[in-house]
Design a protein around this ligand. Structure first.
Ligand SMILES: Cc1ccc(CCc2c3nc[nH]c3cc3c(=O)[nH]c(N)nc23)cc1
Length: 374
């Protein structure tokens, strides 16, 4: 068993790579899509069904779990894997991002962030040390440094302030992670807004601290795809080739393809699960808004080529009926269909990279969306 979490690369196609992150709790095939399980559940899905879509790892959240049910309680109950009955790898975010986007009356100072719970208004402080303590109590296999992600667009001096604060918090997170968590990893998070020089300085400083992997943060916050891709192209050459690269919060199927061909290994996004709960499904022929009246008499399956039986064995008309009626089965089924689509997309990319035909795969996938009679 490897001491830390090691990335083995099986094949390359241009800047893209396919391989696996080997962890004590199981291998993570890359490029990987990681379903979001914010409050210790991938919403509307049982863990065995999440696994059946092809997921090797799920994400969970320091911010949500520290507020409810509490990190110490989860630790007393055997840790997060036991608590949510997910024996495979779990990655937890450090909480700072969620505080800034969810909490009330939050205030960042050099030491950390003070905020009021969005649940009951109770007052909390989250520091790099406390974030790492929570992630350790949860038992996360991949832990994230505490950072500050600025909203875009923002003035360069604001991006610089947050980038430098994130570097100071990177040092403190690494010290608090310690060297007594074999088989677990700590990832640094590159910040710097859309400022090329700040991004490069952040990446080089983090590499100097020697993390197990590196996330590109500060994106998927409303910037155009071109800005996101330019930032990835600026950062990747400054990250170690044999360590994993995780693009946080990204994205649409096209975002994933465009990013993995530039060398990204890991993705997370709420889109497939959130869209599924709102009646929108991803298919090989593009997106379907199943609330639309045009599906009322459409007896065709959602996506006959999906690995999900829900996408093959039920009609669009049936799912439109369920969505309009607010039936719970709609949320369950459409979430599963979307997660299966994202996993199928990643599996196709892994095979294409392995066979040196990634560009053709991307071309034929995008053609399916364009031509699809979705
Ligand atoms: C459960 C869970 C949900 C969400 C996330 C990622 C949340 C997320 C971002 N989402 C969109 N853009 C994002 C940027 C950042 C970022 O810069 N830093 C951090 N720590 N998280 C981000 C991680 C875990």
């Amino acid at each position: 068993m490897t001491d830390a979490i090691a990335l083995t690369i099986h094949a390359r196609d241009g800047a893209a790579r396919t391989g696996a992150l080997l962890t004590p709790r199981g291998d993570i095939r890359t490029p990987a899509f990681m379903p979001v399980g914010t409050a210790a559940t991938v919403k509307a899905m049982r863990p065995e069904d999440v696994r059946a879509t092809g997921a090797d790892i799920v994400l969970s959240n320091t911010y949500h779990l520290m507020l409810a049910p509490g990190a110490e309680r989860i630790a007393r109950l055997g840790g997060l894997h036991r608590f949510m009955n997910w024996p495979r790898p779990i990655l937890t975010d450090s909480g700072g991002f969620q505080v800034m986007s969810l909490a009330k009356l939050r205030k960042i100072n050099g030491n950390g962030v003070i905020f009021q719970s969005h649940i009951d208004g109770s007052r909390h402080e989250l520091t790099p040390e406390r974030s790492m303590e929570i992630q350790r109590l949860l038992g996360a296999d991949i832990q994230m440094q505490m950072d500050e992600c600025v909203k875009l667009p923002c003035p360069p001096e604001e991006a610089e302030r947050a980038m430098r604060l994130s570097l100071r918090w990177a040092e403190r997170s690494k010290a608090a992670f310690g060297d007594d968590q074999p088989g677990r990893a700590l990832f640094g998070i590159v910040q710097g807004g859309v400022e090329r020089t700040l991004r490069i300085e952040s990446a080089r400083a983090l590499v100097g601290m020697d993390f197990h992997g590196y996330a590109i943060g500060g994106l998927a916050v409303g910037e155009p795809q071109a800005d996101m891709l330019a930032t990835i192209e600026a950062v990747i050459p400054h990250l170690p080739d044999t360590k994993p690269r995780y693009l946080m919060g990204v994205g649409t199927p096209d975002d994933l393809l465009q990013s993995l061909r530039r060398g990204v290994d890991m993705f997370d996004c709420v889109m497939p699960t959130r869209a599924g709960r709102h009646g929108m499904v991803f298919t090989r022929a593009g997106r379907l808004n199943l609330r639309n009246a045009r599906f009322a008499d459409d007896s065709r399956p959602v996506d006959p080529l999906s690995t999900s039986a829900m996408a093959r064995d039920y009609s669009r008309a049936y799912f439109r009926h369920l969505v309009k009626a607010g039936e719970i089965l709609a949320m369950m089924a459409l979430t599963e269909i979307n997660l299966a689509y994202y996993q199928d997309l990643m599996a196709g990319a892994r095979s294409a990279i392995g066979e040196g035909r990634l560009d053709a795969y991307i071309e034929e996938t995008r053609r399916g969306w364009a031509e699809g009679e979705a």
